[in-house]
Design a protein around this ligand. Sequence first.
Ligand code: SF4
Length: 455
Amino acid sequence: MHMLSHAEASEKFIANQERTDWHDDTLWFVRAKRDKASKLLPEWEALREQASQIKEHMLSNLPQYLLEFEANAQANGVQVHWAKDAHEHNEIVYSIIQKHGDKALVKSKSMLTEECHLNAYLEQRGIDVVDTDLGERIVQFRKEVPSHIVLPAIHLKKEDVGETFHQHLGTPKGNKDPQFLTEAARIHLREKFLEAKVAITGVNFAVAETGEFVVCTNEGNADMGAHLSDVHIACMGIEKIIPKRQDLGVFLRLLARSATGQLITTYSSHFAKPRAGQEMHIVLVDNGRSRQLARDEFRNSLKCIRCAACFNTCPVYRRSGGHSYHQPVAGPIGSILAPNFDKKANVDLPFASTLCGSCSNVCPVKINIHEQLWFWRQDLMKEGLAPAGKVLGMKFMAWMMANPTIFRMAGGMGRKVMNWFPFLVNNGLNPWYKQREMPAPPKQSFQEWYKSNRL
Ligand code: SF4
């Protein structure tokens, strides 16, 4: 099946102008909340710098911290597993479930399990996976993937949720009241929590010094799952390690403010050891992270704490929607991570950016996101993976811009064509014309204007 490129998928998304505007405004509202919350802290920039340096140190000493974490977690009575890739991760999780003979489990939000396509893997083996984050449950009912890593159903309006719940939970048709729908989801999920013997959670931070891990949610669903189940499986990418418990003070303050503009996430739960009679497992997953670590220009993308601030601020993400990125992690950071998995399949993503740098400005761990997108573009062009049309276009532009006389002539001709025969430019065959109002061309170039006005 042909996978739509970012541009093709975006075209479908923006065909609905009203939804596009609403999506754009909603995420900008979250970005504005983040700005307000961050400005309440005079030490905000110092915190960002400190977080970035702690992660830098962690990445430079990753093997040592992973082993320290393993030893401490084991001493706490936790069973630690290592998975080199997504397949191994899924096999490990499945083997634990099989050992207990269970056919259903509850899962709180974990982008790693999305990355590993765990749900599909388990469902093919007869396991019923219930996502318990409200937004994730909504998209799961609709057989969609999350469109945003913090707000998985942000592409949907309350009318869509009402209809989905009507179909799957039997709520009255046409009821779109958020309070009512949340209550219906609560009753539905309560039953699932009470029945499940196995709970899977993600991990936000794993502390090497103590062997504990922290899971942040606003709904308390990770806690409900973990506390009611006989078996708790926590799945984490190896980059989630931080050296010390005191480092949490830096990251927890940055995470909630950057993600939703809250001062603190509602639940930041620390899991250190299984309660009496419970089994606790941690699966440490590489899945390409070591490869990314070895790429100098891209290694610090592993500092990401998945706050999604770069999504909310990105003009391209806000106007193209998360599903256009055809990856579990969308947005600017997803466009850096995806080519690490498969350059050819994700060649479009580093180009899905204006390179305006807003993502790098808001990133709480100071990842140079827009520069890395630019680095990927160069890498993909060098490897000849970009579409032929783009390669030719770029070569032509490079040649033209390197020749001032030709550049001036082309500019002059372009202005005349757009003035005299606008239909040659403003027509359906020009992708730039779709969804845009082309501005009227200026009468003269900047250089001409400068000569007559300033010299
Ligand atoms: S790259 Fe930075 S801003 Fe984007 S999700 Fe990660 S931590 Fe947040």
